[in-house]
Write a protein that binds this ligand. Sequence first.
Ligand code: OAD
Length: 266
Amino acid sequence: MVEKEAVFSKKFEILKALIKNSRSTVVLTGAGISTLSGIPDFRSSSGVYANNWKTYQVEEILSISFFKNNPEIFYEWAKEYWYKLDTYQPNTVHTALATLEQKGYLEGLFTQNIDMLHKKAGSKKCYEVHGSAEHHHCTNCNAYYPYQHVAPLVLEGQVPRCTECGGVIKPDIVFYGENLDGFTLSRAYEMFNHAQLCLVLGSSLVVQPAASFPAYTVHRGAPLVIVNAQKTSFDSSATLRFTDLQQFSSALADFLTTLESRKPLV
Ligand code: OAD
């Protein structure tokens, strides 16, 4: 929902000052940002969870126990959703965040997205908290396989198997029932805890533990900025709230053209 220009501009002026004054800005992104690239999110009315896939709830398909018992059903689903991700391009949100980093204004970018688009846009300080479709491992011998190896097999209708031992290959994506990577999690706690500004873009903030990252910033009294078309449980803690990612990222991209580069602290 696009906001009225006068209301939006007033808030955006405040955001500009917050970005300029912060020596440590962290960003958390969710599936909402990739809707601008044409990838559906999960919990919007047109999201992946809105309808069952065949007789299954998609959340069930994305659980580790389901994957272990039914890899062929998982890959049949993933063939449509995850193994065409290489055909999508980064949008204004991804490119603006990459520029924010290149200009020295971003300490860490934490994404729940597995779609590889932040890295494609050029972000380096990017932590993929739910993993990435880029990497895969054999569930038996742990041999590594990249997306480029696995995607053609899945698109042919195969369950990808290890060329060494024949084990089922699994994407390095955090399924329901699996833990997040410990290193990524500790970086998140550290960075959100000492951030001077936190932006949350396109996440419903319902899936833990990522949904709690902004709490670390807010509890220390630092500003939180949320961009989401729908309400989130953190809205009452937000210093600023915007509703439309396209409107927000276009304004951010314009602002960044005027922003001088500075040396990052880290
Ligand atoms: P969700 O689908 O839960 O949330 C996306 C949010 O983006 C929604 O709240 C939308 O309102 C908002 N949104 C979408 N398009 C927008 C637009 N153009 N402008 C403004 N807001 C917009 O996605 P996540 O929060 O990322 O886990 O979901 C978290 C995790 O749940 C995912 O990483 C995934 C899923 O289970 C795994 O796959 C492991």
